[in-house]
Design a protein around this ligand. Structure first.
Ligand code: C5P
Length: 294
């Protein structure tokens, strides 16, 4: 192709890029104003000690643009297997979950490796302990450069407050409401109740604790995500695990949704595990997730 044409196309692209960034900036500013007005209008949120709208966090841009960010779960037992997956997916995915399986074998070093590869890390260790101990764990996770960290909402307000305080501004605390592997009857059995639990109501109750502590968001299944989004609007990011193709096996998960359902219910993030990492063609499986989220 002629050099002049290439140069002129490059200039046109740069102009378009500038305009797109301008529009995105306007959307961001508008959403921040909207969130701060909403936070003043809602007493249960504005009285929270550390309350801040989700939009106040640096990494809320995806949410501002109303997109759902996929996070691939590196549920493998060696650092090498984990990094092979990351290299395999390349630019298809920039956000990875390190959970109990990988962290207990590969430790903080795997988080540093991922950060060195410019990948965002969701450290899903689901802390549930006394406030001082949880604060120490969250502080160390934040210092490692972790973007998202989980604690159990059932740890209580003091624990959530301590976690949020320890996380600082870079790392977001997500409060796990009810594990997606549980249904109402199973939770009732675990908690010694005679009637099955109303999962939807319980998730909202726990989400309220998270909002009051100023947590970045909650973890819940896609089945409750829409009611959490309706109730708390932009004050909570929502991370949805338990994502499955409509024809795929649920495995040990009880409350599953498809990627499209998760996105439509208002999920900020979806955790993609075996549906992609266990597929015969992992790249094609991820492609189908990405097009369902688009
Ligand atoms: O393979 P699968 O899609 O079931 O993986 C789900 C991932 O999401 C796992 O890494 C699991 O630990 C995580 N997760 C979950 N339920 C939660 C929080 C996290 O399944 N409540």
């Amino acid at each position: 192709m002629d050099g002049h044409i290439i140069a002129s196309e490059a200039r046109q692209l740069a102009t378009i890029e500038e305009r797109v960034f301008g529009v995105l900036d306007t959307i961001r500013r508008a959403r921040r104003v909207q969130a701060s007005v909403a936070s003043r209008a809602s007493p249960s949120i504005s009285t929270a000690r550390h309350s801040r709208p989700v939009t106040g966090l640096l990494f809320a841009d995806d949410h501002l643009l109303m997109t759902t960010t996929p996070i691939i779960a590196l549920d493998v037992s060696t650092a090498q297997d984990a990094l092979e997956l990351v290299d395999y997916f390349g630019d298809q995915c920039r956000f990875y979950k390190v959970g109990n399986e990988l962290f207990t074998i590969a430790g903080p070093a795997i988080v540093r490796e991922l950060r060195a590869r410019d990948r965002d890390v969701f450290l899903d260790l689901k802390f549930h302990d006394i406030p001082n101990t949880v604060a120490g764990g969250v502080r160390n996770a934040a210092a490692l450069g972790v973007r998202l960290v989980t604690v159990h909402a059932a740890g209580g307000s003091a624990m959530l407050d301590a976690a949020v305080e320890a996380a600082g501004d870079w790392c977001g605390v997500l409060a796990v409401t009810l594990l997606t592997s549980l249904d109402g009857a199973e939770v009732a059995r675990a908690w010694g109740r005679t009637d099955p639990l109303d999962v939807g109501a319980e998730v909202l109750r726990l989400a309220e604790l998270a909002v009051k502590a100023g947590a970045h968001g909650v973890v819940c299944s896609g089945r409750e995500a829409a009611s959490v989004r309706n109730r708390f609007a932009d004050h909570l990011a929502i991370l949805v695990p338990g994502v499955r193709a409509s024809s795929g096996p649920a495995n040990d998960q009880a409350r599953v949704v498809t990627p499209k359902e998760a996105a439509e219910s208002g999920a900020t993030y979806v955790v993609i595990g075996r549906m992609v990492t266990g597929a015969a063609d992992r790249r094609a499986a991820l492609d189908s997730v990405l097009s369902a989220l688009a």
